[in-house]
Ligand binder design. Structure first.
Ligand code: DGP
Length: 114
């Protein structure tokens, strides 16, 4: 499967990894829109929120635990941050491997969805 985030998860292409465990990996977005802009993904390929089914749902607790841990590591747990997952064309999804953007490090405002 030709998926850029699978390649990042498999270390076939380099990225600035900030967190990794058995199921989840997180790395800095290549085009950051905030001082902290990190993408959190399951290592297993799931296309999007809308594509979640069956066992895929078991990935979500691990993803959200990772998000909290990363927020602490990045020093934005107290100042706050936004978590976004774009799903499908109208959601603005460009990479079709489920991912959660963490945006923080400044006041994100209401409209910046990515
Ligand atoms: P979305 O529009 O939600 O699908 O966001 C995809 C994000 O992925 C976008 O903000 C840019 C980022 N991105 C795309 N390709 C790469 C890459 O090769 N490396 C990294 N670190 N980020 C990437």
């Amino acid at each position: 499967m030709d998926c850029i985030f699978c390649k990042i998860a498999n270390k076939e292409i380099p990225s600035d990894i900030v967190f990794e465990n058995e199921k989840v990996i997180a790395f800095r977005d290549i085009n950051p829109v905030a001082p902290v802009h990190i993408l959190v993904i399951p290592k297993a390929h799931v296309e999007s929120v809308q594509a979640l089914e069956g066992e895929d749902y078991n990935l979500l607790p691990d993803i959200f635990k990772a998000i909290k841990e990363i927020a602490v590591k990045e020093g934005i747990d107290k100042s706050g941050y936004r978590v976004i997952s774009n799903s499908g064309k109208d959601g603005g999804q460009e990479v079709f491997h489920l991912h959660f953007h963490i945006l923080g490090g400044e006041n994100i405002g209401k409209l910046r969805c990515k």
